[in-house]
Every structure is written in structure tokens, then in C-alpha cells.
Design a protein around this ligand. Structure first.
Ligand SMILES: [Zn+2]
Ligand SMILES: [Zn+2]
Length: 285
């Protein structure tokens, strides 16, 4: 039996699996994209995924780093890649080294430090773009973007022979397009993310909303998390087709969260929302 009862959502043949409860554990993976956003306590199901994109160093998001890497080695899989804010690379290296000494075996790791604006290549046409969040020093979020080439309008309708001929003659027949597939915001207080077009236009938005009740606004501010009022403002300016809410709290029951969201959001926005933790196979709430 796998270590975790992970939630599972499917959107247009893309599976999203994960677990996310504020202060306890957050890990959200998309196996077909070969990425795992944050690593939580490294559930078994994410071990084969090659890229962990770490948003910040809080224990509930990062505890499983060494276990993830070590399990891959144990299973004979190539070293995992951890993409993390540059300022965390030193401490991550120290943790891996300490575990290697404790365990008595080396732990292969591919550590990549990033800062806002950077891109990390996942597959030949797939990139993770890094943007800043406001949570802890150096904290970031990621958008996974597919880069394609599109035929210019004047050449649409030509057959492949004609296209090859034009290419041979040196014509510039296509132009680059970017398709933002998914944005994972991670932990953050309110930022107007609509300023970044690739976030506003991402097909899927995975976003935290930690606090749902009026009196929790000050706690959201103190912990640098999002409160429902800010969440509503944020969604106003975004165009995502699917919105997956993470980092919910045990303080507010799932059905209550659903009721609050329904009252607070316009219908067309509410209809796009999925609460990650409501999608576990053995859901009791
Ligand atoms: Zn957290
Ligand atoms: Zn955090």
C-alpha cells in the first residue's frame, strides 16, 4: 500500500496527485509533466518523478528531500533533480550530506539553484519558469510552459512538401508560441499575479488559500499566507480554466470551505474550483 492517501484530479489527460494541509504537509505532482511541486514528506507515488520544484524551505513542503533522493538511489533510478531558490542550496546540500553520513551511503542529487525570471528545462519543449512570491526569504513559484513553433498564417494550408521547400529556400515560416500549462504558486501572501501574463493565462492554477474566516485575517498576514478576501481579489484578474485550491486548514471543515468559497466568488469562478483535499479516494469529510 502506498505511503499516502493522495488526492487525484484529472484535467485533459493530465493527472494531478497530491496532499496539502497547512503546517502539516504539501506535495503536488503532475506525473505526465515529470514535475513535483514541493516534496512534502516524499510520498511513494512521487519517487519516480524526475524533477522536484521546491518553492521554499518550510518543513511541511521540504521535509522529504533527502528521502526522495535516497529512495531513487535505492530503487536504481537516476539522481533526482531538485530545483530550489538559490539561497536554499547550501542548507539542502548540508542536509543531504548529513543523511549520507548517517545512512552510510552516498545520496546522488542534482541540485539546481534558481531565482525569479530563470527557466529550468524539464523536457525538450517543457520549461519551468520561476517567479517571486511573498512568503519567506527567496520564496518562489513555478509555471510549467510548453514552447512550440506555430506556422505563420500565410502558410497555413500548405502541404508538407511545400513547407519543406520553403524551409529549404530559407523562409522563416513559423514563430514561437508559449503555452502556460500550469502555475503552482506555493505559499504566499497576496500579490497581484495577474501582472504576469503566463500566470494569468495558465490553463491550470494551483493556489493556496489558508484562512477562511473573518477573524483569521491577522493570522494570514502574520504567517504570510492568503486569506479568502485576498484570494477573491486575486482570482478577479486571472483567466485560468481550472483552479485547484491547496494549503487548506484543519481548522475549517471542507464543506464549510466550499460554502464560504461559493458565497464569496462569482459563479463562473466558483465553478472552476477544485479543493485538492476533497479529492482523496478515501475521503471521510
Ligand atoms: Zn506551508
Ligand atoms: Zn511556508
Amino acid at each position: 500500500m502506498p505511503s499516502h492517501n493522495l488526492a487525484s484530479i484529472e484535467i485533459d489527460n493530465l493527472q494531478i496527485i497530491g496532499y496539502s494541509v497547512a503546517g502539516e504537509e504539501t506535495v503536488v505532482a503532475m506525473p505526465q509533466l515529470d514535475v513535483c511541486f514541493d516534496v512534502g514528506k516524499a510520498p511513494d507515488q512521487i519517487i519516480p518523478i524526475n524533477h522536484v520544484l521546491l518553492t521554499h524551505g518550510h518543513m511541511d513542503h521540504a521535509a522529504g528531500i533527502a528521502y526522495y533522493l535516497s529512495q531513487r538511489n535505492f530503487c536504481g533510478i537516476t539522481a533526482g533533480t531538485i530545483v530550489a531558490p538559490s539561497n536554499l542550496l547550501g542548507p539542502i546540500r548540508e542536509i543531504i550530506d548529513a543523511w549520507s553520513r548517517l545512512d552510510g551511503n552516498p545520496i546522488p542529487a542534482n541540485l539546481i539553484g534558481v531565482k525569479p525570471g530563470d527557466e529550468h528545462r524539464i523536457k525538450p519543449n517543457l520549461f519551468a519558469r520561476v517567479f517571486p512570491t511573498k512568503h519567506s526569504r527567496g520564496s518562489v513559484g513555478f509555471t510549467v510552459i510548453e514552447k512550440r513553433k506555430k506556422l505563420k498564417a500565410e502558410y497555413v494550408g500548405l502541404n508538407s512538401k511545400q513547407i519543406v521547400e520553403l524551409k529549404k529556400q530559407g523562409f522563416d515560416i513559423d514563430y514561437p508560441v508559449e503555452i502556460p500549462i500550469v502555475t503552482y504558486i506555493g505559499d504566499t501572501q497576496y500579490v497581484d499575479f495577474s501582472q504576469l501574463k503566463y500566470i494569468a493565462e495558465s490553463k491550470i492554477l494551483i493556489v493556496e488559500c489558508t484562512f477562511y474566516e473573518g477573524e483569521h485575517a491577522a493570522r494570514a498576514e502574520a504567517g504570510r499566507h492568503m486569506h479568502i478576501d485576498e484570494f477573491v481579489t486575486l482570482l478577479n484578474n486571472l483567466n485560468n480554466e481550472h483552479i485547484i485550491v491547496t494549503h487548506t486548514t484543519q481548522r475549517t471543515p471542507m464543506r464549510e470551505i466550499r460554502r464560504i468559497l461559493k458565497n464569496a466568488l462569482p459563479k463562473d469562478k466558483y465553478d472552476r474550483i477544485t479543493l485538492l483535499m476533497a479529492k482523496r479516494p478515501r475521503q471521510t469529510d
